[in-house]
Design a protein around this ligand. Structure first.
Ligand SMILES: [Fe+2]
Length: 410
C-alpha cells in the first residue's frame, strides 16, 4: 500500500515510492529505492525533501500513516472549502478568454522572443539592454487584466528545448494573475511581473550542458544549478530600474515555507510575500511542463499537488488565493459531468469556482463524440462536475476544443 510519511519518519528498511518533490532534477529523482541507512535520509532532507510516499508492500510499513487515497480525499475537501469560503477571484473579466486568445497568442510570442534575446545576450557575456523587456511585460500585464485565462492557457503549449524562455513568460503571466487576485495594486503587480519574467535569468550563467542535460544531474551539477539564484541576483542587482520587489521574486523563488528551500533556507515569513508567491508559481509551471526528466502533469492534477504541498512547502493561505486565480478546474481540463458527458473547461465562471463554463465533447454512455456545445454550469442546475479525466484515456486533446471557434451555447 502507498502511504505518505514525513521525512523524519523515514527509516532504513522502508521503500521510497515517490519523493513527492518532483519539481527538481535532483540526483535521486525519480528513483524508487529501499532506504539503507540514516545517512540517506539526512541527504534527502538536505536536498529539500519534506515528505515521501512509501510502498509498504516493498518494505517496512508505517502503520499510522495516511494512505494515498486518504491524502487525495483530504486535498479534495480542502479544495471544496476554498470554493465555499473564498469563491472566485472577484474581479470581473473585461472580455472572455476566447476573445482574448488572439491578442494573447501574439503577446506570448513577442514576450518569448524578447526574453530569449535578453537571456541569450547574458549567456554570451554581452551587455543586454534589459529595458527591452519592459514592453513585453506591459503586454503580459495588460492581457492578464483583460482576461487572466487566455495567456495562462497558452502557456500549456510549449516545446521542451525552449523551457527556460517559455517558463519565464508563463511565470510572469501566472504571477500577474496571482497579484491581481490578491488586489495588490498596479505598481506592485508590475514589479512582481518584472521579477517573474527575469527570475531565472541567472540560469544563463549555468553551463548549457547542465541546464539541458537529459536525465538526472550529479550532485555537483545539482549544486551548480542551484547557483542560478545568486547569479540572477548578481545580474539584476546591477540594473538600476529593477526594484527590491522584483529582486525578492528572483532571490526567493526557490525558498520553501518550511525552510527546506535554497539558497538561504529561509522559513515562513522570513520569505517575503512576493518570494512566497513566486515559489508557488515556479513549481506549478515546472510540474505542468515537459522536462527531460518528467512528463507534464495536467494543470488539474498540479493544482491538487500544490494544495497537498501547502502543508509544508508553501504558505497555505497564499495557495488558496493562487488556486482562485487558476481555478480548481483550470481552463482546458477534461471533466466528467454527472450526466456522464465529458466536457472541456473553456471559461471560468464569475460566480463559482466549481461551476465553470464547459464545452461538451463526448458521451461516455454512447461511447461517441458529440457535436460540441457550451454549458454554463453556474446557470444550469441540471448538470455538475463529478470529477476530471485524462484526455489520453479518451483520445481527446482538450486544447483543440479550447482554441476552436465558439460552439453554440445551450
Ligand atoms: Fe529557478
Amino acid at each position: 500500500m502507498i502511504k505518505k510519511i514525513d521525512i523524519r519518519e523515514l527509516r532504513p528498511g522502508m521503500y521510497v515510492h515517490d519523493l513527492n518533490c518532483c519539481w527538481v532534477a535532483h540526483p535521486l529523482y525519480p528513483t524508487r529505492f529501499k532506504v539503507q541507512s540514516g545517512k540517506e535520509v539526512d541527504r534527502l532532507i538536505e536536498l529539500g525533501v519534506s515528505s515521501v510516499y512509501i510502498d509498504s508492500g516493498m518494505g517496512e510499513d508505517a502503520p499510522n500513516a495516511a494512505t494515498e487515497d486518504e491524502v487525495r480525499q483530504t486535498v479534495e475537501s480542502a479544495l471544496l472549502k476554498i470554493a465555499e469560503s473564498l469563491g472566485v477571484a472577484g474581479e470581473a473579466q473585461g472580455i472572455t478568454t476566447r476573445e482574448e486568445l488572439g491578442s494573447a497568442a501574439q503577446i506570448h510570442r513577442e514576450a518569448h522572443q524578447t526574453i530569449q534575446e535578453v537571456m541569450s545576450d547574458i549567456r554570451l557575456g554581452k551587455h543586454s539592454e534589459m529595458e527591452r523587456i519592459e514592453p513585453a511585460i506591459r503586454g503580459v500585464v495588460d492581457s492578464v487584466f483583460r482576461n487572466s485565462g487566455a495567456l495562462i492557457q497558452l502557456g500549456g503549449i510549449r516545446t521542451k528545448d525552449q523551457y527556460t524562455f517559455a517558463h519565464s513568460v508563463n511565470v510572469c503571466a501566472l504571477l500577474t494573475s496571482f497579484a491581481r487576485t490578491l488586489k495588490l495594486g498596479n505598481d506592485i503587480t508590475r514589479q512582481i511581473s518584472v521579477g517573474g519574467m527575469l527570475h531565472d535569468i541567472g540560469k544563463m550563467r549555468v553551463p548549457d550542458a547542465i541546464l539541458n542535460k537529459p536525465g538526472g544531474l550529479t550532485e555537483s551539477e545539482f549544486d551548480e544549478m542551484r547557483r542560478h539564484v545568486q547569479h540572477g541576483v548578481d545580474i539584476l542587482g546591477k540594473v538600476s530600474w529593477i526594484s527590491p520587489i522584483s529582486l525578492q521574486v528572483t532571490a526567493q523563488h526557490h525558498e520553501r515555507y518550511d525552510g527546506s528551500g535554497y539558497p538561504a533556507g529561509l522559513k515562513g515569513d522570513q520569505i517575503s510575500q512576493f518570494g512566497q508567491m513566486a515559489s508557488i508559481v515556479d513549481v506549478y509551471d515546472a510540474i505542468t511542463s515537459t522536462r527531460v526528466y518528467h512528463r507534464p502533469m495536467a494543470p488539474v492534477v498540479a493544482i491538487r499537488k500544490i494544495q497537498e504541498w501547502s502543508e509544508q512547502y508553501f504558505n497555505e493561505e497564499l495557495v488558496s488565493h493562487f488556486i482562485r486565480s487558476v481555478g480548481i478546474f483550470p481552463l482546458g481540463t477534461l471533466v466528467r459531468l454527472e450526466s456522464d458527458l465529458l466536457a472541456v473547461v473553456v471559461e471560468h465562471s464569475a460566480s463559482s469556482l466549481l461551476n465553470p463554463v464547459v464545452r461538451v465533447v463526448y458521451d461516455t454512455g454512447k461511447r461517441s463524440r458529440v457535436a460540441p456545445y457550451d454549458l454554463d454550469l453556474s446557470q444550469q442546475s441540471a448538470d455538475r462536475i463529478v470529477g476530471f479525466e485524462s484526455g489520453e484515456k479518451w483520445g481527446i486533446a482538450p486544447a483543440d476544443f479550447l482554441m476552436a471557434v465558439d460552439a453554440p451555447a445551450v
